[in-house]
Design a protein around this ligand. Sequence first.
Ligand SMILES: Cc1cc2nc3c(=O)[nH]c(=O)nc-3n(C[C@H](O)[C@H](O)[C@H](O)COP(=O)(O)OP(=O)(O)OC[C@H]3O[C@@H](n4cnc5c(N)ncnc54)[C@H](O)[C@@H]3O)c2cc1C
Length: 303
Amino acid sequence: MLKSDNYDVVILGTGPAGLQAAIHAARKKVSVLVLGKETKSSLFHAHVENFCCLFNVSGEDMLNVGRQQAVNFGSEMLEEDVLEINSNGSVFRIVTESGIELQSKALIIATGTTRNKLGVTGEKQLLGRGVSYCVECDANFYKGEDVAVVGSASAAVSGALTMLGYATSVHLICDKLEVTDALKEQLNKSDVNVYKNAKVKEIVGENNVVAVRLENGSTLQVSGVFIELGAKGFMELATTIGVQLDDEMKYIQTNKQMETNVPGVFAAGDICGPPWQMAKAVGEGCVAGIGAASYARKAGKTL
Ligand SMILES: Cc1cc2nc3c(=O)[nH]c(=O)nc-3n(C[C@H](O)[C@H](O)[C@H](O)COP(=O)(O)OP(=O)(O)OC[C@H]3O[C@@H](n4cnc5c(N)ncnc54)[C@H](O)[C@@H]3O)c2cc1C
């Protein structure tokens, strides 16, 4: 049960960016509501070993602690998605999936990104057990192993080149390469095994990935499959209130204070672009939380 339907700051997203924003905003003694589902955070299925000052922690445990911290500082939480946002110029109106209508003076968008999926058998079942959407995050788990990277654009090619520093063998499964000549040359000179015009049919394994089956019938024995098809953000909500995206229309554009072009709207985390890393998400969340709290204070007393 919510205490109010009017808040100084409403935060969309309960991932690391949203939670850190909530912690910092609530400490400024403004009213804060955080919306979203913890299990939908990218961090939920992660095992993190590259976040400063912490060894090898589960993402789920981190989210539980972050949530508790946000609540301890006075934030309220509601496990619902937002379906609609609009603005009358000074107040934002937010509608959740169960039809709850809320108002806020400032808004923080921290809704993360959705990794593009292959949609093949084994992909969902083996996520976190050999299937990964992030070379940068998980490369270290595949030291001395054989891996495949799937994708045709720069994320996949640079991911495959990065994996050469960790894995014994790297297979790049791609359609038609969509990369610059310089990157193509780097790839051609490397030890990456390139399979052009190839498509994954199935990721094979019971408890862990053991192979990738291609549509042409061949099978590659690998213990890791990195799916690097780029990422798409939850832009629709942002654009309905006039938030400006970057030149490629992929991410929300902000300044260093994490302010968007719309007064009172801030953004943080993966939705602002790569690197998709927790360290960046919490840093941006902190800046956005402080900024949104101070914006709401300047806008006047609680609605
Ligand atoms: C398998 C895996 C392993 C990873 N490993 C690492 C690692 O080792 N180290 C590292 O630093 N990073 C890692 N990452 C990346 C890291 O998890 C992300 O960078 C980080 O979670 C981004 O935080 P965020 O808050 O921006 O978004 P997310 O954590 O994705 O959170 C987004 C939030 O927005 C909410 N949301 C979405 N749409 C709506 C809506 N319409 N209304 C309300 N709420 C909404 C979701 O419910 C969710 O709560 C990994 C990611 C994956 C997938």
